[in-house]
Ligand binder design. Structure first.
Ligand SMILES: NC(=O)c1ccc[n+]([C@@H]2O[C@H](COP(=O)([O-])OP(=O)(O)OC[C@H]3O[C@@H](n4cnc5c(N)ncnc54)[C@H](O)[C@@H]3O)[C@@H](O)[C@H]2O)c1
Length: 355
């Protein structure tokens, strides 16, 4: 098992990153420090980790910085003597990438390159260092009715988001193959859970149900995604970081495929029970909208490599995870209101009222 001590988490104020920081600092076997580097874009909220900052003292440090800023990355690597990087910072929303791909190219490609190159220089001649890159199954493109993405499925991205993530994956692997730079990489399916920014499918639907707003469903609602609870994603990332093969890629998935429309009905059942709202009233809010351009039909992950090599498995069932998520959104209105107070509301009005 690798000994990881001073861990730089990029994008730690985002959905998956904040959960990763929490998982890490609550793991009693981990005695090191976490340095969270985040630019705090519309999707980042440093307050998501207030509890951790309070409880963990100087084992948790927040640095407000852009991963594209090379001088700042050099300074942070050296200041905290970083031995491990887990790279999550990204522009992450497909719809936004269709409307404005520039920021995706900048952060996901140029930012990843900047960080890789800063680490390569800082780690020259050092042993026991690691760069783990967090990526998505969307790089593989779309599946038909059968089959699964494996680690050897050729890349075939269709949106500016997935193309920018594919590009960053290639850069990470190229640094390993060219310079012997120590990397591991993971490609995960759709995540859900607490602290997810309310423009992604599950939180947007929960929020709209609570506000009795339309529940927008793209196309015929039959696109299929493989859903995984965020803590299960992060336990897999942590397992790969500690025991994964250097240079290796691992698929992470829920083995939990759902058509969007079926998922929405499941969510309606849970919100109706937990928030005590009439189920028929919620069902009547379902509104089919024009399909997303280049919308991939089906994603499904084969994660046998991760299970067989590292003994990882999912621990939260979909019913259990969805219920926990709904309860969290009901109980954390302050977080939602804070995150919805800025640019996001303007964006969602503009987009969903135009359809
Ligand atoms: N959400 C999913 O279902 C999913 C699935 C597989 C992989 N991923 C990958 O996981 C990672 C995290 O996804 P997420 O859903 O938590 O995203 P998110 O949008 O919730 O969080 C991204 C974070 O990155 C920060 N950030 C953006 N640009 C930055 C920059 N230039 N410098 C520093 N920080 C910056 C943001 O402020 C935010 O806190 C991404 O790399 C994404 O591609 C996400």
């Amino acid at each position: 098992m690798r000994k990881l001590t001073n861990i730089l988490v990029t994008g730690g104020a985002g959905f998956i990153g904040s959960n990763f920081v929490r998982v890490l600092l609550n793991d009693s076997a981990f005695k090191g420090r976490v340095i969270n580097v985040d630019k705090l874009t519309y999707a980042g909220n440093a307050n998501s980790l207030n509890d951790v900052a309070e409880a963990k003292g100087d084992r948790y440090i927040f640095e407000h910085a852009d991963i594209c800023d090379r001088a700042k990355m050099d300074e942070i690597l050296s200041k905290y003597d970083i031995d491990t990087i887990v790279h999550l910072a990204a522009e992450s929303h497909v719809d936004r990438s269709i409307e404005g791909p520039g920021a995706f190219v900048q952060t996901n490609i140029v930012g990843t390159f900047t960080l890789l190159d800063a680490a390569r220089q800082f780690w020259a001649g050092k042993e026991g260092v690691l760069f783990h890159h967090v990526s998505t199954d969307e790089v593989y493109g779309s599946l038909g009715d059968t089959g699964y993405f494996t680690e050897t499925t050729p890349y075939d991205p269709h949106s500016p988001y997935s193309a920018s993530k594919a590009s960053s994956d290639h850069l990470v692997r190229a640094y390993h193959d060219t310079y012997g730079f120590p990397i591991t990489l993971s490609n995960c399916s759709n995540n859900y859970g607490p602290y997810q920014f309310p423009e992604k499918l599950i939180p947007v639907m929960i929020e709209n149900m609570l506000q009795r707003k339309a529940l927008p469903v793209y196309g015929d609602g039959k696109n299929i995604r493989d859903w995984l609870y965020v803590e299960d994603h992060n336990s897999a990332v942590w397992a790969i970081m500690q025991n994964g093969t250097l240079g290796g890629s691992y698929n992470i998935g829920g083995e939990n495929e759902w058509e969007n429309i079926r998922l929405l009905h499941e969510l309606i059942d849970i919100v109706s029970e937990e928030a005590n709202i009439n189920k028929e009233e919620l069902t009547s809010l379902i509104t089919y909208v024009k399909d997303r351009p280049g919308h991939d039909r089906r994603y499904a992950i084969d994660c046998d490599k991760l299970k067989n090599e590292l003994g990882w498995k999912q621990s939260v069932t979909f019913e259990e995870g969805l219920r926990k998520t709904v309860k969290w959104y009901l109980e954390n209105r302050e977080w939602i209101e804070q995150i919805q107070s800025g640019e996001y509301l303007k964006w969602i009005e503009l987009n969903y009222s135009a359809r």
